[in-house]
Design a protein around this ligand. Structure first.
Ligand code: RTP
Ligand code: MG
Length: 140
Protein backbone atom coordinates (compact mmCIF):
# COMPACT_ATOMS: atom_id res chain seq x y z
CA UNK A 1 0.00 0.00 0.00
CA UNK A 2 1.24 3.45 -0.92
CA UNK A 3 -1.05 6.05 0.62
CA UNK A 4 -0.79 9.24 -1.43
CA UNK A 5 -2.51 12.60 -1.60
CA UNK A 6 -3.46 14.31 -4.85
CA UNK A 7 -5.06 17.63 -5.79
CA UNK A 8 -8.38 17.53 -7.63
CA UNK A 9 -10.07 20.53 -9.24
CA UNK A 10 -13.66 20.53 -10.43
CA UNK A 11 -13.31 23.09 -13.22
CA UNK A 12 -15.75 25.97 -14.01
CA UNK A 13 -17.70 24.14 -16.73
CA UNK A 14 -18.51 21.24 -14.40
CA UNK A 15 -19.49 23.56 -11.51
CA UNK A 16 -21.77 25.52 -13.89
CA UNK A 17 -23.44 22.31 -15.01
CA UNK A 18 -24.15 21.40 -11.34
CA UNK A 19 -21.92 18.32 -11.47
CA UNK A 20 -20.16 18.80 -8.10
CA UNK A 21 -22.30 16.13 -6.40
CA UNK A 22 -21.93 13.60 -9.20
CA UNK A 23 -18.14 14.03 -9.35
CA UNK A 24 -17.79 13.74 -5.55
CA UNK A 25 -19.90 10.55 -5.66
CA UNK A 26 -17.64 9.02 -8.30
CA UNK A 27 -14.53 9.97 -6.31
CA UNK A 28 -15.94 8.21 -3.24
CA UNK A 29 -17.04 5.18 -5.28
CA UNK A 30 -13.42 4.90 -6.45
CA UNK A 31 -12.40 4.67 -2.78
CA UNK A 32 -10.58 7.98 -2.74
CA UNK A 33 -11.14 9.86 0.51
CA UNK A 34 -11.74 13.60 0.49
CA UNK A 35 -9.54 15.09 3.23
CA UNK A 36 -9.94 18.78 2.25
CA UNK A 37 -12.43 20.68 0.12
CA UNK A 38 -13.28 24.28 -0.75
CA UNK A 39 -14.94 26.39 -3.40
CA UNK A 40 -13.23 29.47 -4.74
CA UNK A 41 -12.88 31.76 -7.69
CA UNK A 42 -9.32 32.06 -9.01
CA UNK A 43 -7.80 35.42 -9.86
CA UNK A 44 -5.89 35.67 -13.16
CA UNK A 45 -2.62 35.68 -11.22
CA UNK A 46 -3.57 32.54 -9.27
CA UNK A 47 -4.59 30.69 -12.45
CA UNK A 48 -1.38 31.73 -14.25
CA UNK A 49 0.67 30.62 -11.25
CA UNK A 50 -1.08 27.27 -10.98
CA UNK A 51 -0.49 26.50 -14.67
CA UNK A 52 2.98 28.13 -14.84
CA UNK A 53 4.44 24.98 -16.47
CA UNK A 54 2.28 25.71 -19.54
CA UNK A 55 3.27 29.40 -19.89
CA UNK A 56 4.17 30.17 -23.52
CA UNK A 57 2.14 27.28 -24.96
CA UNK A 58 -0.52 28.00 -27.60
CA UNK A 59 -3.39 27.08 -25.29
CA UNK A 60 -2.18 29.00 -22.19
CA UNK A 61 -4.34 32.16 -22.48
CA UNK A 62 -7.44 30.15 -23.34
CA UNK A 63 -6.79 27.85 -20.37
CA UNK A 64 -6.32 30.75 -17.91
CA UNK A 65 -9.42 32.56 -19.18
CA UNK A 66 -11.45 29.38 -18.79
CA UNK A 67 -10.15 28.72 -15.26
CA UNK A 68 -11.21 32.22 -14.11
CA UNK A 69 -14.61 32.08 -15.86
CA UNK A 70 -16.42 30.84 -12.74
CA UNK A 71 -16.05 29.17 -9.37
CA UNK A 72 -14.08 25.95 -8.98
CA UNK A 73 -13.92 23.29 -6.27
CA UNK A 74 -10.48 22.21 -5.03
CA UNK A 75 -10.10 19.00 -3.07
CA UNK A 76 -7.32 16.92 -1.57
CA UNK A 77 -7.93 13.21 -2.21
CA UNK A 78 -6.18 10.52 -0.21
CA UNK A 79 -5.87 6.80 -0.81
CA UNK A 80 -3.76 3.93 -2.02
CA UNK A 81 -1.96 5.03 -5.20
CA UNK A 82 -4.27 8.08 -5.30
CA UNK A 83 -2.38 10.07 -7.95
CA UNK A 84 -2.55 7.42 -10.66
CA UNK A 85 -5.99 6.15 -9.66
CA UNK A 86 -7.56 9.63 -9.81
CA UNK A 87 -5.93 10.25 -13.23
CA UNK A 88 -7.54 6.99 -14.39
CA UNK A 89 -10.92 8.08 -13.04
CA UNK A 90 -10.54 11.40 -14.93
CA UNK A 91 -9.52 9.94 -18.30
CA UNK A 92 -7.06 11.55 -20.74
CA UNK A 93 -6.74 15.29 -21.55
CA UNK A 94 -8.04 14.69 -25.08
CA UNK A 95 -11.65 13.66 -24.58
CA UNK A 96 -11.81 11.98 -27.99
CA UNK A 97 -9.45 9.38 -26.47
CA UNK A 98 -11.39 9.02 -23.22
CA UNK A 99 -13.21 5.80 -22.37
CA UNK A 100 -16.89 6.06 -21.41
CA UNK A 101 -17.36 6.14 -17.67
CA UNK A 102 -14.39 8.42 -17.04
CA UNK A 103 -15.12 11.92 -15.73
CA UNK A 104 -13.79 13.60 -18.86
CA UNK A 105 -15.56 11.28 -21.31
CA UNK A 106 -18.81 11.98 -19.50
CA UNK A 107 -18.45 15.65 -18.52
CA UNK A 108 -15.82 17.43 -20.70
CA UNK A 109 -17.10 19.98 -23.22
CA UNK A 110 -13.81 20.41 -25.09
CA UNK A 111 -10.05 19.88 -24.76
CA UNK A 112 -9.89 23.08 -22.65
CA UNK A 113 -13.17 22.73 -20.79
CA UNK A 114 -12.41 19.22 -19.62
CA UNK A 115 -14.25 19.27 -16.27
CA UNK A 116 -11.50 18.14 -13.89
CA UNK A 117 -7.83 18.40 -12.99
CA UNK A 118 -5.63 15.93 -11.15
CA UNK A 119 -1.98 16.13 -10.13
CA UNK A 120 0.30 14.13 -12.42
CA UNK A 121 3.15 13.17 -10.03
CA UNK A 122 4.13 13.10 -6.37
CA UNK A 123 6.13 16.31 -6.81
CA UNK A 124 3.29 18.19 -8.52
CA UNK A 125 0.75 16.85 -5.99
CA UNK A 126 2.75 18.27 -3.07
CA UNK A 127 3.22 21.60 -4.84
CA UNK A 128 -0.42 21.86 -5.95
CA UNK A 129 -1.87 20.91 -2.55
CA UNK A 130 0.31 23.59 -0.90
CA UNK A 131 -0.91 26.08 -3.54
CA UNK A 132 -4.46 25.88 -2.15
CA UNK A 133 -4.33 24.48 1.38
CA UNK A 134 -2.45 25.01 4.62
CA UNK A 135 -1.82 21.89 6.71
CA UNK A 136 -4.54 22.74 9.25
CA UNK A 137 -7.20 22.66 6.48
CA UNK A 138 -6.39 19.03 5.63
CA UNK A 139 -8.22 16.63 7.91
CA UNK A 140 -6.57 13.27 7.37
P1 RTP B 1 -4.78 18.95 -15.87
O1 RTP B 1 -3.38 19.45 -15.62
O2 RTP B 1 -5.80 20.06 -15.94
O3 RTP B 1 -5.18 17.84 -14.94
O4 RTP B 1 -4.81 18.26 -17.30
P2 RTP B 1 -3.75 17.28 -17.95
O5 RTP B 1 -2.62 17.02 -17.02
O6 RTP B 1 -4.50 16.12 -18.49
O7 RTP B 1 -3.27 18.16 -19.15
P3 RTP B 1 -2.10 19.23 -19.24
O8 RTP B 1 -1.24 18.84 -20.39
O9 RTP B 1 -1.46 19.45 -17.90
O10 RTP B 1 -2.89 20.54 -19.66
C1 RTP B 1 -3.53 21.35 -18.70
C2 RTP B 1 -4.87 21.78 -19.21
O11 RTP B 1 -4.72 22.64 -20.32
C3 RTP B 1 -5.78 22.46 -21.23
N1 RTP B 1 -5.24 22.06 -22.52
N2 RTP B 1 -5.66 22.53 -23.66
N3 RTP B 1 -4.19 21.67 -26.88
C4 RTP B 1 -5.08 22.23 -26.05
O12 RTP B 1 -5.99 22.93 -26.42
C5 RTP B 1 -4.92 21.96 -24.61
N4 RTP B 1 -4.03 21.14 -24.08
C6 RTP B 1 -4.23 21.22 -22.75
C7 RTP B 1 -6.71 21.41 -20.64
O13 RTP B 1 -7.70 22.08 -19.86
C8 RTP B 1 -5.76 20.64 -19.73
O14 RTP B 1 -6.48 19.97 -18.74
MG1 MG C 1 -1.52 18.56 -16.00
Amino acid sequence: MTIERTLSIIKPNAVKKQLIGEIVTRINQAKLNIVALKMLRLTKEQAEGFYAEHQGKSFFDKLVNFMISGPIVVQVLEGDNAIKRYRELMGPTDLSKATAGTLRADFADSMTENAVHGSDSLTSAEKEIAYFFVDSEIVG
